[in-house]
Design a protein around this ligand. Structure first.
Ligand code: K1U
Ligand code: ZN
Length: 168
């Protein structure tokens, strides 16, 4: 297993769209394991392949307290979003130190392939539904800060660029 480098906003690689996974290979499963290890170490509750510079439709999530319920989502697709919404504070490993409120659908229905190659349909709400929406936006080249006002987005972009310069 290996720890991977998480790309930070405003790196343009975070704006690339993911391509579908066409085959579940041993390399893909190793990548998913490395993403899980990277997510646990960060620490975080989700990680999309886009965040480690891979344009692949692959996401890992674990919202459990004990960090023992990993989910590997291959080619995930939201097929239903509830009309009911919730507002929650979100963070992102690619936007370190920034936490802002974002409105999301309260529940989602998701289709994905798991690491065993099985097609799964999952209906969920709560933190998992929020995390799924956040991670699938990464696969589309979108970040949670895109939901904020232009003024807030610009402040965040400048703050992160300053942090990155200072850490060089
Ligand atoms: O996509 C990411 O960068 C991961 C992100 C997922 C996420 C968090 C909050 C709302 C929606 C999606 C994170 O994991 S940020 C870190 C975090 O939330 C956390 C870290 C440790 C324990 C619990 C939560
Ligand atoms: Zn994120």
């Amino acid at each position: 297993m290996a720890l991977l480098k998480i790309i930070k906003h405003p790196d343009p690689k975070l704006r690339k769209k993911a391509a579908a996974v066409t085959e579940i290979t041993p390399e893909l499963l190793t990548l998913a394991d490395d993403m899980l290890e990277t997510m646990y170490a960060a620490p975080g509750i989700g990680l999309a392949a886009t965040q480690i510079g891979r344009q692949l439709s692959l996401v890992v999530i674990d919202i459990s307290e004990e960090k023992d319920q990993p989910l590997t989502l291959i080619n995930p697709l939201i097929t239903k979003l509830s009309s009911g919404v919730v507002v929650n504070e979100e963070g992102c490993l690619s936007v370190p130190g920034i936490y802002e409120e974002v409105e999301r659908a309260e529940s989602v229905t998701l289709n994905y392939t798991n690491s065993e190659g099985e097609e799964i349909e999952l209906e969920t709400d709560g933190v998992l539904a929020i995390c799924i929406q956040h991670e699938l936006e990464h696969l589309d080249g979108k970040l949670f800060v895109d939901h904020l006002s232009r003024l807030k987005q610009e402040r965040i972009r400048k703050k992160l660029l300053k942090q990155q310069k200072e850490s060089m």
